[in-house]
Design a protein around this ligand. Structure first.
Ligand SMILES: Cc1cc2nc3c(=O)[nH]c(=O)nc-3n(C[C@H](O)[C@H](O)[C@H](O)COP(=O)(O)O)c2cc1C
Length: 456
């Protein structure tokens, strides 16, 4: 479905809701969604209820106009009818934040373009020749075959299959992901943030000023489930698209941790992964012993090097290896990169930034977890800073690894900034969540002019 002009889109959404018999119950369904995890303050809730009731009345009488589209999108999304919006070509967040991780695994949300957007040229990424070098990094937006197909069709060419493990791992309890609507600007690199985010927060789709916070706990299906799914996902991408696979290990003991990373990487290789990415950077993996949240592994350089070495030894020489890092300060990054550079084909970063996150009433947004991962525009400056230093270290060492940059890419300009800093491919999680047409827009804006293409 192509993007429709607002008036036509509103009409299509109205028809879809009428067909589902959803108009009369829309306000109640919306309020159920908004209060699913916590209750907004009464005045805010009253205002939302009044707005939804007014909208439903206009939908019932047919008096809706294109000025209703922003409210309509929010109400219909939280009422659980995102499919109606997608079918009408209306951009929505790409993931159903009210649904569980499992519900979402097979059900990408948001419109799909009738034709994959494509540039005429190709770019070199990890030894392949790929279409416009934008992609979706490891996250729930690449949780399985349906997602990979969805994003590949919408022009995301460098996809990383969501981090998988050597055994099934349940997600944290919901909520797992919310907008951080108050974080509309970049924080200084490495700055600690105290974020206020409510589960009912909303950022209009397509907004370049989007930030999000998440606390999934790096869930994974069992290998018996993800390996066949990965095989099908690999078969679903075109020749000029690349699907990497993110893996992580888990163990209290250092040697066992290396072994578990290596075991999982081998399973990914067995399923056909051309490139394995090591998730050395997740800020919200749960520490079972303390019920807290562990710091990212890459803060421990020795442990990180041991994992990268162990996995490189375990994999076939033809399998590519990427290390994904979180934002590291100057000293830490400069100490780590020369040690892993000879072992990897790529370095990816940044991950989300570990942040204290509270609701506006002061309670933790993610009950039981004070800390969660912040991403989107709030971390854009951190990503640019990290990428510049990483590329500088690559040059200084005469190393050959590719750089997969991500963090705060929400529009063509933020894509271009990371590419200009020396990234070989650029990925977007929060931007892809908020803006399903982002790959198309970047391809259209930059496809003819982006440097370092390999032809024609
Ligand atoms: C909901 C969500 C889930 C994520 N899950 C993973 C994951 O499983 N593995 C991983 O390496 N990074 C994960 N990430 C981090 C992203 O891949 C990316 O590094 C980060 O979000 C910064 O990019 P952004 O600003 O475009 O969102 C996740 C991010 C989000 C928002």
């Amino acid at each position: 479905m192509t993007e429709a002009p607002p008036a036509a889109a509103v009409q299509r959404v109205r028809d879809g809701l009428v067909a589902r018999g959803a108009v009369d119950v829309l306000p109640d369904a919306f309020l159920a969604g908004v209060t699913r995890f916590a209750r907004p303050p009464q005045p805010e809730l009253d205002a939302l209820a009044a707005a939804a009731r007014g909208l439903a009345a206009r939908l019932a009488s047919g008096a809706v106009g294109d000025e209703d589209l922003p409210l309509l999108t929010r109400v219909v999304f939280f009422a659980g009818h995102a499919g109606v919006l997608a079918a009408a070509g209306v951009p929505t967040p790409a993931y159903d934040v009210l649904g569980s991780y499992r519900d979402n695994l097979t059900t990408p949300v948001g419109p799909r373009l009738p034709e994959r957007p494509a540039a005429r040229r190709r770019w070199p990424v990890l030894g392949r020749s790929v279409g416009f070098p934008i992609g979706v990094p490891a996250c729930v937006l690449n949780g399985g075959e349906a997602w990979v197909r969805h994003h590949a069709a919408n022009g995301w060419n460098v996809l990383t299959y969501k981090t998988v493990r050597s055994r099934a791992h349940d997600p944290n309890p919901q909520p797992n992901w919310t907008f951080a609507a108050r974080e509309t600007a970049g924080l200084p690199p490495g700055a600690a943030a105290d974020v206020t985010a409510d589960p009912w927060d909303w950022v209009p789709p397509g907004s370049a000023a989007v930030s999000t916070v998440n606390s999934f706990g790096v869930p994974s299906p069992a290998p018996e489930e993800w390996m066949p799914d990965l095989e099908r996902s690999l078969a679903a991408v075109d020749d000029d698209q690349l699907l990497l696979v993110s893996v992580m290990g888990e163990a209290a003991d250092a040697a066992e941790l290396v072994a578990d990373f290596a075991r999982t990487a081998r399973l990914a290789e067995e399923a056909g992964a051309p490139v394995v990415e090591l998730n050395l950077s997740c800020p919200n993996s749960r520490d079972r012993s303390t019920a807290g949240v562990r710091p990212p592994l890459c803060l421990d350089a020795d442990a990180t090097v041991a994992v990268v070495e162990g996995v490189r030894r375990a994999l076939d020489d033809r399998t590519g290896l990427v290390a994904k890092l979180s934002w590291l300060d100057t000293g830490r990054l400069a100490a780590l990169v020369p040690r892993i550079a000879p072992l990897v084909d790529g370095i990816a970063g940044i991950n989300t930034v570990q942040t204290r996150v509270r609701r506006s009433d002061g309670a933790p947004t993610f009950p039981g977890r004070e800390l969660a991962g912040l991403s989107g525009i709030a971390v854009r400056a951190s990503a640019l800073d990290f990428t510049r230093r990483l590329v500088g270290l690559r040059e200084a060492a005469g190393a050959r690894f590719d750089v997969l940059a991500m963090g705060g890419v929400t529009d063509p300009a933020s894509f271009a900034a990371l590419f200009a800093a020396g990234a070989d491919a650029v990925q977007s999680a929060s931007g892809a969540f908020a803006s399903p047409y982002l790959a198309r827009d970047c391809t259209a804006a930059l496809g003819e002019t982006l440097p370092r293409a390999v032809g024609p």
